[in-house]
Write a protein that binds this ligand. Structure first.
Ligand SMILES: C[S@@+](CC[C@H](N)C(=O)[O-])C[C@H]1O[C@@H](n2cnc3c(N)ncnc32)[C@H](O)[C@@H]1O
Length: 249
């Protein structure tokens, strides 16, 4: 596979595992409640979770009544954690890159993905492949890093702060320059793809979907007040963006 597989890098994997294991993490506190609120009822549905990582969402969807959940991911390390910690009789984990979705022979009622599409070079192509995997009336719900996050190119800090360190405002640099970003995060050459909001919307629509709902990262004020250093930036800078889609035809 020629795709980036940074989650199999020992240092990167250990760091991600520790972040995800922290009780107060962005995934469980921000991402999971929002994506869950956008899902259709899962009872009796066949679900595909793309970039399933350590399987927390796959397990959640099985517990929400899905008939079956298939979790795919490129990373062996992430998948072995998924098998160890988040298995169930109706969950199948498979090592498969999202660039190779055409290797799946089944159809699904609901396709989900949490924070994996940052790594997609051809979003429109991926969305077309997802459309081909959907049953009639199938739905897609996914999250990815918000373009205000993916714009970050390492030239300036993400925030301008007060002298005491409080986040005063978010810095946005080169938002209009789309494409691959190579930045320093845990490793020296962490890669992701930056697209403007309009590009994401247009690629989803060109692939043949109707956007039913879009949300951005947000939190109840009491949680932000309780953890100001962790979540205080959210008011300036929504870390994630979420879409719920149905097929246009
Ligand atoms: C930020 S993690 C999110 C994991 C999980 N969805 C969650 O919510 O915890 C991104 C995941 O995308 C996976 N990924 C990255 N590139 C991929 C690719 N080309 N094909 C499949 N999975 C990929 C990574 O291995 C990693 O498990």
């Amino acid at each position: 596979m020629s795709q980036q597989n940074i989650y199999d890098n020992e240092k990167f994997f250990e760091n991600f595992k520790n972040i995800r294991a922290d009780k107060i993490n962005f995934n469980d506190i921000i991402e999971t409640p929002i994506i869950t609120s956008m899902l259709p009822p899962l009872e009796g549905k066949k679900v595909l979770d793309i970039g399933c990582g350590m399987g927390q969402h796959a397990k959640q969807y099985a517990e929400m009544g899905a008939q079956s959940v298939t979790g795919i991911d490129i990373s062996e390390k992430m998948l072995s954690c998924a098998v160890k910690n988040n298995s169930a009789d109706n969950i199948t984990y498979r090592r498969l890159a999202f660039e190779d979705l055409d290797k799946l022979s089944e159809k699904y009622d609901v396709v989900t993905s949490s924070l994996a599409f940052d790594y997609v070079e051809d979003l429109e192509g991926l969305m077309k492949n997802i459309k081909n995997l959907l049953n009639k009336d199938g739905k897609v719900v996914f999250s990815m890093s918000h373009p205000i996050s993916t714009a970050y190119d390492g030239v300036y800090d993400r925030y301008t702060r007060t002298e005491s360190g409080e986040k005063l405002y978010a810095n946005l640099h080169n938002y209009g320059a789309e494409g691959k970003r190579k930045i320093k995060w845990v490793v020296d050459d962490y890669e992701l793809y930056h697209r403007r909001v309009s590009t994401i919307i247009n690629e989803i629509v060109s692939a043949g979907f109707i956007i039913e709902k879009c949300r951005e990262a947000e939190l109840p004020e009491e949680i932000v007040k309780k953890y100001p250093e962790k979540f205080g930036g959210l008011i300036h800078h929504p870390d994630f963006i979420f879409f719920a889609l149905r097929k246009a035809d």
